[in-house]
Unconditional design. Structure first.
Length: 195
């Protein structure tokens, strides 16, 4: 995991340049169907802050964090508020958010740590709160270009949410929205706190 954070520190500007204009509006709109209007959203692993900006423009209150100090610095400049530098494993709190957005971020959490991380995320959700997660499609843990990835299938993603006490509301496969990467497949899910 530390190698992955190092990658994002060293490549923060190029990573942001490659993702800041990615059109995630379909996934965001699907997620927001289940989030209370004007509610509080946690952008978990916010990267450039692209989605935080969209949520704020739609009238939501937003908190954001990322594990890379350099990405946090750049995102803070873009968003106009401090982006916290932390990892999923560091999250604490209870019933603070109406929605948690984990866009291409949980995929860096090891399978062995995923259940504990999901418990932390679920605890942060208010009753009936919604969560969005996305993973690269596959069935392995791997390292590519210095970054760790935990890939999922529709089945393993659904199982992860269900075993975490999250009711699955939407589950679908999509292509990568970045130009030239349409052949890369993603697994997406929206769920709500089940109890």
């Amino acid at each position: 995991m530390n190698d992955t954070i190092t990658y994002y520190i060293q490549n923060a500007e190029s990573f942001i340049a490659g993702t800041v204009n990615a059109d995630m509006s379909y996934a965001r709109n699907l997620f927001l169907k289940y989030v209370k209007p004007g509610g509080r959203i946690l952008d978990a692993g916010c990267g450039s802050g692209r989605d935080s900006l969209a949520f704020m423009a739609a009238g939501y209150e937003v908190d954001a964090f990322d594990a890379s100090e350099e990405i946090c610095r750049l995102a803070s400049e873009r968003l106009g508020f401090p982006v916290a530098c932390r990892r999923f494993e560091d999250l604490e709190g209870e019933e603070e958010y109406d929605g948690i957005w984990c866009c291409a971020s949980l995929l860096h959490v090891r399978k062995a740590d995923m259940a504990a991380v999901m418990r932390r995320l679920k605890k942060l959700l208010k009753t009936e709160g919604a969560i969005y997660v996305s993973f690269k499609k596959g069935d392995s843990e791997r390292v590519k270009d210095g970054r760790f990835f935990n890939d999922m299938t529709l089945e393993t993603c659904e199982k992860l949410l269900q075993e975490s006490g999250v009711e699955v509301l939407e589950l679908y496969e999509s292509g990568d929205v970045r130009a030239g990467r349409e052949d890369e497949k993603w697994i997406n899910a929206v769920g709500k706190k089940a109890d």
